[in-house]
Design a protein around this ligand. Structure first.
Ligand code: MN
Length: 210
C-alpha cells in the first residue's frame, strides 16, 4: 500500500456497509471503518513528515518503525487486510449451521491448511481459540512463510506477522471496538460467526503472492 501525494487513504470496501449483517452490523462498520480506521490513518499521516518514513510503503513502515508510527501504521495495515478479506453475507437473515460450515478454502491453500492443522475444522478451532484467549487488545493471524508453511499466531495491539518475515493471510480483530456494539462482551460468539463472510479467494491470492 502506497501513500498518495504523501497521504495514506482508507482502502475501498469491496461490499456495502450493510452487506456483512447480521455477522457485522452496518453500525459497527460505520464506526470501525469510518471512525477507528480513519483515526489511525489521520494519526499516521500527521506523524510522517520529518519522521524519515515519508515515501515508504505501508508494509515497509510496519516492518521497521517503532512507537507511535508503528502503532498507527500497523493498525492501518491490519485493518486494510481485515476489511478486504470479507464478502457480503451469503444467505438469509439467520446464521445457520450450513452457512457456518459451507464456506471453505480450496486448492493449494486448502492443502496447506490440512498439512499444518490436520483439517479445516481443526484450523478453525485453533484460530478461534487463539482469538478468544488473546489477553487484551490485538489480532489473531494466519500467516505463511516463504515456503508456504502456515501458522496461527496471536499479536498484541497493532502486531502483524509481517514483522517476523511472514506473509499475513487472514486475521480476526479482537479489539473490543470490532464487536462490542453487536456482541457486547461475547468475543467468542463474534469470532465463531465470522466464517461465512470470509472471502477465501482473497486469502488464497495472498497465499499465492507470498
Ligand atoms: Mn479494529
Amino acid at each position: 500500500m502506497e501513500a498518495v501525494n504523501g497521504k495514506f487513504v482508507a482502502v475501498a470496501l469491496p461490499y456495502g456497509q450493510g452487506a456483512l449483517a447480521p455477522v457485522i452490523s452496518e453500525q459497527t462498520l460505520q464506526f470501525h471503518y469510518g471512525k477507528h480506521l480513519q483515526a489511525y490513518i489521520d494519526n499516521l499521516n500527521a506523524a510522517l513528515p520529518g519522521s524519515g518514513f515519508e515515501g515508504q510503503s505501508l508494509e515497509n513502515i510496519v516492518k521497521t518503525a517503532e512507537g507511535g508510527i508503528f502503532n498507527n501504521a500497523g493498525q492501518v495495515l491490519n485493518h486494510s487486510l481485515y476489511f478486504t478479506q470479507f464478502r457480503a453475507w451469503p444467505s438469509g437473515p439467520g446464521i445457520s449451521e450450513q452457512a457456518l460450515t459451507d464456506n471453505r478454502p480450496s486448492g493449494a491453500l486448502a492443502a496447506a491448511i490440512n498439512e499444518a492443522f490436520g483439517s479445516f475444522e481443526a484450523f478453525k478451532e485453533q484460530f478461534q481459540q487463539k482469538g478468544v484467549t488473546l489477553f487484551g487488545s490485538g489480532w489473531v493471524w494466519l500467516s505463511a512463510d516463504k515456503a508456504g508453511k502456515l501458522a496461527v499466531t496471536q499479536e498484541a495491539n497493532a502486531g502483524n506477522p509481517i514483522r517476523s518475515g511472514r506473509t499475513p493471510l487472514l486475521t480476526f480483530d479482537v479489539w473490543e471496538h470490532a464487536y462490542y456494539l453487536d456482541y457486547q462482551n461475547r468475543r467468542a460468539a463474534h469470532l465463531a460467526a465470522l466464517w461465512p463472510i470470509i472471502d477465501w479467494s482473497v486469502v488464497a491470492a495472498r497465499y499465492e503472492g507470498r
